[in-house]
Design a binder for this molecule. Structure first.
Ligand SMILES: [Zn+2]
Length: 399
């Protein structure tokens, strides 16, 4: 399989680490304070289908996703709504998982909660402090970016770009406690009214980036195969994950960085802060889970694209067509459908950097032939079995 790697900016041959070593995948998950939107589903679906395809091709997989269940946004929303922060996190996480279940997105092997993993974070921060790659200012621990010569190697931004984007994304470059505006928080000292966890530097809570380094290293080891998330996480989140992890373990952190393009709606990135969200539970009132999956797979995973209401209607039509083909009457005259050819082309398209738009065309073509063959009284069972086999790789249920 060939996959685009954000680190090298190239499509590369994907090789596992060994014949019996499972492919390890880590994807950055949600911050649970609101309802799941289509952008969350796209990220969940992308790694779900990647795992299904790798298993179809005979690889083992081990997949970890995290939930950032402590964060400024959760505390703010909980205060606004007068609910406990942990209760808000719990209920929204449950709603998210239930929505993903309805979309037939398989749960990760480990669904790691940041609030339960602070021990590993404290261990990494301790190591960074020892090596003077981090410093303590009044109980806040910052990563010392100047001590890390290759900070920026993933995003390829220069210092001015990094500063501008960090400021936009809550990096607080003007914090007077920082030695350098690019330094980022590893541990935040206790603030009045906020939940805290113990650490050798006093009670506090972890920074966002360290959560993913800790959970990834704890469950998947120092070096993982595929690290995912939206392209909006490349900087500063993933850049900072690399800096912390590699400075601590002295090992390469990730072999393939596989980012999912941004889903836009009404001309802007779909985001809570902009309020232009397409909610998945709302879509499920009208459209089938298969239709939603097909709609999201109708674009290349790494392209940014605009969701349009017409697209989901088209996807529903395709879902109905596939279902009609899967259940079409089987006749007795010999069928002339080249099932093996469809399978080969399906695999070639998936191997070509996960080219799902082409994959959907192939499935449509197979369904067309099954429906036509069935209408002529042909024995289409073999082709129907192939259709089931291939749609199963995409997690479609055909119901
Ligand atoms: Zn992350």
């Amino acid at each position: 399989m060939r996959l685009y790697n954000t680190m090298t900016d190239r499509v590369e041959e994907f090789t596992p680490r060994g014949p019996d070593v499972p492919v390890t995948i880590y994807a950055c998950g949600i911050t649970p304070y609101d309802v799941s939107h289509l952008g969350h589903a796209l990220v969940g679906l992308t790694y779900d289908v990647l795992g299904r395809y790798l298993r179809y091709r005979g690889f083992g997989t081990r997949y970890v996703q995290n939930v950032t269940d402590i964060d400024d946004d959760i505390l703010k929303r909980a205060a606004r709504d007068g609910v406990a922060w942990d209760e808000l996190g719990r209920t929204q996480t449950e709603r998210y998982l239930a929505t993903m279940d309805r979309l037939n997105i398989l749960r990760p092997d480990v669904y790691a909660k940041a609030t339960e993993e602070t021990e590993k974070m404290v261990e990494i921060i301790g190591g960074l402090l020892e090596d003077r790659l981090a410093y303590n200012k009044e109980g806040h621990i910052f990563f010392r970016v100047r001590a890390d010569a290759d900070y920026g190697k993933l995003s390829k931004y220069d210092r001015a770009e990094m500063l501008a984007i960090a400021a936009e994304r809550g990096g607080k470059p003007n914090d007077p406690l920082k030695e350098d505006p690019l330094d980022f928080l590893l541990w935040q000292a206790a603030a009045p009214g906020e939940p805290t966890w113990p650490s050798p530097w006093g009670p506090g809570r972890p920074g966002w980036h360290i959560e993913c380094s800790a959970m990834s290293m704890k469950y998947l080891g120092d070096t993982i195969d595929v690290h995912g998330g939206g392209t909006d996480l490349i900087f500063p989140h993933h850049e900072s994950e690399i800096a912390q992890s590699e400075s601590f373990s002295k090992q390469p952190f990730v072999r393939y960085w596989m980012h999912v393009g941004m889903l836009r709606y009404e001309g802007e990135k779909m985001s809570k802060s902009l309020g232009n969200l397409v909610m998945v539970p709302k879509l499920l009132e009208t459209y089938s889970p298969d239709a939603i999956r097909l709609c999201l797979l109708s674009h290349r995973y790494r392209d940014a694209w605009d969701y349009e209401d017409a697209a989901i209607d088209e996807a529903q039509a395709l879902a109905d067509h596939l279902k009609a083909a899967a259940t079409a009457a089987v006749g007795s005259t010999p069928a002339t459908i080249d099932s093996d050819g469809f399978r080969e082309r399906f695999i070639a398209a998936m191997d070509d950097d996960y080219n799902t738009p082409v994959v959907l065309d192939i499935l449509r073509g197979l369904a067309d032939q099954i429906v036509a063959g069935s209408a002529q009284g042909a024995s289409v069972q073999q082709a129907q079995a192939t259709l089931h086999e291939l749609t199963d790789v995409l997690g479609l249920t055909l119901i």
